[in-house]
Design a protein around this ligand. Structure first.
Ligand SMILES: [Zn+2]
Length: 259
């Protein structure tokens, strides 16, 4: 899909040719599974891809049932650290330039003013033309894990941050005082949307996606056998629909709205 020729709401630090893309997800590993092939493809095409991970990932760890309260707290802290390391490693394998962790508690994400401000701030700093986000709405055609409340909250917070807040000079006026001027995102790629209107052929980057998923050892085990099989089936079925080996689907929104 061609890059929208239109520049941001105001001239930002980035010219269009700088090609910056931001991926906003709830948990470490979400991006690898849902859009890892696209991210690797864009990185190879010269896009600077920045990840924003909204939660600390502390909800995905070893069995906690037999642990004392103190031991659980320690384990959770260790889980957060491990998952950050795994996410950075996975990002490296895909060619991601930077990974930012917002650190909200896993499983409790709300669409607060705080997270919207954080996201608007980052959008105005990095000034991406493209942003990948989870769908804020759930479709029953998707498996239940897609409807994880953190995914839906991330989708809604991200969409609110992109439009109208990031491009609206009246939103979060304190950011202007920091020199962070409005920025308009041109294209929004929505993952697991109720319907899709765009597919990215990831046949060439599928191997990188697979390697990146394997980096999340604490979640999928050493070999990640089940997860890799699921990904083959998922992306292969999607590829078949579009006449390629593997693909990832999105609902892409062209943002043509003025601030
Ligand atoms: Zn997730």
């Amino acid at each position: 899909m061609p890059v929208n020729e239109e520049r941001g709401y105001e001239m930002g630090k980035n010219a269009i040719e700088d090609k910056v893309a931001v991926t906003i997800v709830a948990h470490p590993d979400d991006a690898e599974f849902a859009c890892g092939g696209t991210v690797a493809k864009w990185a190879r095409e010269g896009w600077r891809v920045v990840y924003i991970i909204c939660t600390d990932g502390s909800g995905g760890g070893p069995e906690a049932g037999s642990l004392s309260r103190e031991a659980r707290a320690q384990v959770r802290q260790q889980v957060v650290k491990t998952r950050e390391e795994e996410q950075r490693r996975a990002g490296d394998l895909l060619g991601v330039a930077e990974v930012i962790f917002l650190g909200h508690p896993d499983g409790q994400l709300q669409v607060t003013e705080e997270i919207q401000r954080q996201l608007v701030r980052l959008l105005r700093i990095y000034r991406p033309q493209r942003v990948i986000i989870p769908s804020p709405t759930f479709s029953w055609k998707h498996p239940l894990w897609v409807a994880h409340p953190d995914h839906l909250a991330t989708g809604e917070a991200a969409l609110r941050a992109i439009y109208p807040a990031a491009q609206n000079p009246w939103a979060f006026p304190s950011l202007e005082n920091e020199g962070l001027h409005p920025h308009k995102v041109s294209e929004i790629y929505v993952m697991f949307a109720p319907e899709s209107n765009h597919a990215v052929d990831i046949s060439e980057t599928f191997a990188a996606k697979e390697a990146a998923l394997r980096a999340h050892k604490s979640q999928f085990g050493e070999e990640a056998t089940e997860m890799i099989a699921l990904m083959h089936e998922w992306d292969g079925t999607c590829g078949k629909r579009h006449g390629v080996r593997f693909a990832e689907e999105y609902f892409v929104i062209q943002n043509t709205l003025a601030g």
